[in-house]
Design a protein around this ligand. Sequence first.
Ligand code: HEM
Length: 339
Amino acid sequence: MSLFTGLDGAGGYLLLLVVTFAMHALLIGFVLGAAAWATMRAVRGGDDVVAAAARDWLPFALGAAITAGVAPLLLVQVLYQHRMYTATLLLSHRFMAIVPALIAGFYLLYLGKTARVAAWGRARRAAVSGAALAAFVFVAWTWIEEHTLAAAAPEVWVAHYRDGRLVHGDPVIAQRLVVWLGLAAAAFAVGAAWLTRRRAEATDLRRLGVVGLGGLLVAAGGVIAIDRGGSASVPAPGMTWLALAAVAHAVAALGFAALVTDRARLGRGLATGGVIVLFVAVSAVREASRAARIEWRSTLVGAQGVFLFLGFLAISLAAIVWCARMVRAHLGSEPPART
Ligand code: HEM
């Protein structure tokens, strides 16, 4: 049975959730990776074209990633409203802490682009991008915690409320975070390889290839840890997607290996295709597991609005592309001095 059929009319929403969540995860991946690269570069001192592109694009990428989070947020509510709301209410201030964390992270990204911060010493520059990175990792952790609590059995909710806890502890949260951070490195390596394609030298592309390969390895390690922990059961409708994810993982790895061995064109092409398909497939496996584990929202059958949603999706995408072109048009044309 396909993941998107036989779901009492929910298939269309599920498909939209898989695609829009994959877009959110790709952009978030770029943000996490770019903040980590900028931080590492500040720690080591000097500059390079990838770090410069990361600093230039980070505020825009974060804005796009957050915007891309709104669509899956709507769809998660359409599909699993009762669970989503329960988990959010139980986590309370703990969940809402993502708002000040994101505001602080956003501000730090803009600060990191200023001439004043560029003139600071290594430690202070690293503190600026490192603090932004920490804020984003905190937000990632929070979303995973929310996702895990929403899918938990009602007895877990009762115990959580009874004990007055704000934090939901589960070993799978850290394991999922490892998977997402690994995938983030791969998404960043692809994004940076395109953003720097006119300026990057062989060394830059080799480094990006290594980051991409390392990320894929870490993500695979995270999946193995989840499997060993017993939380990785994939139901029948998710198996095709799991196989697709494995193929895409291998193609992306070949692409990154080509970057490491100085075959830039081939590397970029394979890594891009592999990573995009990988994110969509992982998103589908994730949804297949959840759809098999928990019940739909009871009023789902009468839910409407798919066409309105698609209309606004098209408008938002057009606006994001327009903003991206504006950012590109206002970037400096001089590459930073390599050190
Ligand atoms: C730097 C900021 C952010 C980071 C690093 C981040 C990261 C993540 C991660 C790692 C997940 C996967 C959770 C899992 O599979 O267990 C996720 C899910 C999600 N995020 Fe984000 N996120 C960010 C901001 C946002 C914002 C601002 C929104 C809303 C506008 C949002 C909406 C969502 C939604 C709806 C999901 C899916 C939840 C579910 O399926 O249960 N995210 N995010």
